[in-house]
Design a protein around this ligand. Structure first.
Ligand code: PEP
Length: 254
């Protein structure tokens, strides 16, 4: 593809990290050399408790900071929740929505994910909308149908190439060490690219970044990131180790 978007390697820290974890961000800042910066964007999504501190620490480093979830409403009686406006106010520029752990443990449906992505856009954030099939769905040959249904239900109709990232994360690959074959990844990413034509239009469909997520490690990053229509990675476990996260991004150096 000639007009590939600039790649993005994003770290999802999940419910990990304390104030002392700022040293990991410090190591990332040191390792995000001009050479790497010229090739790939970096994003760190720590727990909400660390966003404000990380956003301040990251100023000048070009490492973006994001949230892992947001509520659909701007404010109100939603005890324990965090709005997209609050994330933006703390210095976040991205938010992950529809992660499979939210879909599973919090029973979030496509409509909930779409409402959260709309909230992200209302607050000026880039929404990383996660989709992906379960093991049962893959074994039943339903992967493409599931991903298509999730995309159509979860992505706001008004989304643009500037405020949308899609992350394909097969649920069975998250945190398991298992990954799909490159040709399986290519098949799903091609479907997502095709669906994007309906969402953002033919002219912009190639500008939206489509990340692969699920057990990305330094040892498999090069192979997965070379797959057509893979414009970066959403990294869970390996993003908590600065050297590993940088090594994954480093796949773009060659
Ligand atoms: C994730 O949680 O988004 C993820 C991809 O996790 P891991 O890299 O640990 O599989």
């Amino acid at each position: 593809m000639t007009d590939r978007p600039r790649p993005l390697v994003a770290g999802n820290w999940k419910m990990n990290g304390l104030k002392s974890s700022a040293r990991i961000l410090g190591d990332l800042q040191i390792g995000y050399t001009p050479g790497l910066r010229s090739k790939v964007d970096l994003l760190v999504c720590p727990p909400a408790t660390l966003i404000q501190n990380f956003a301040v620490l990251a100023i000048g480093s070009r490492i973006a900071i994001g949230g892992q979830d947001c509520h659909a409403a701007e404010s109100g009686a939603y005890t324990g929740d965090i709005s997209a406006e609050m994330l933006a106010d703390m210095g976040a520029s991205y938010v992950i929505v529809g992660h499979s752990e939210r879909r599973t443990y919090h029973r979030e449906k496509d409509a909930d994910v779409r409402a959260k992505a709309e909230a992200a856009h209302r607050a000026g954030l880039i929404a990383i909308v996660c989709v992906g099939e379960s093991r049962e769905e893959r074994e039943a040959g339903k992967t493409l149908a599931v991903v298509r249904r999730q995309l159509r239900g979860s992505v706001p109709e008004a989304a643009t190439a500037a405020d949308l990232v899609i992350a394909y994360e097969p649920v069975w690959a998250i945190g398991t060490g298992l990954t799909p074959t490159p040709s399986d990844v290519a098949e799903v990413h091609a479907l997502i690219r095709d669906e994007l034509r309906r969402i953002v239009g033919r002219a912009d469909q190639t500008k939206v970044r489509i990340l692969y997520g699920g057990s990305v490690k330094p040892s498999n990053a090069k192979e997965l990131l070379a797959v057509p229509n893979v414009d970066g990675a959403l990294v869970g476990g390996a993003s908590l180790v600065a050297a590993d996260f940088l090594a994954i991004a480093g796949a773009y150096l060659v």
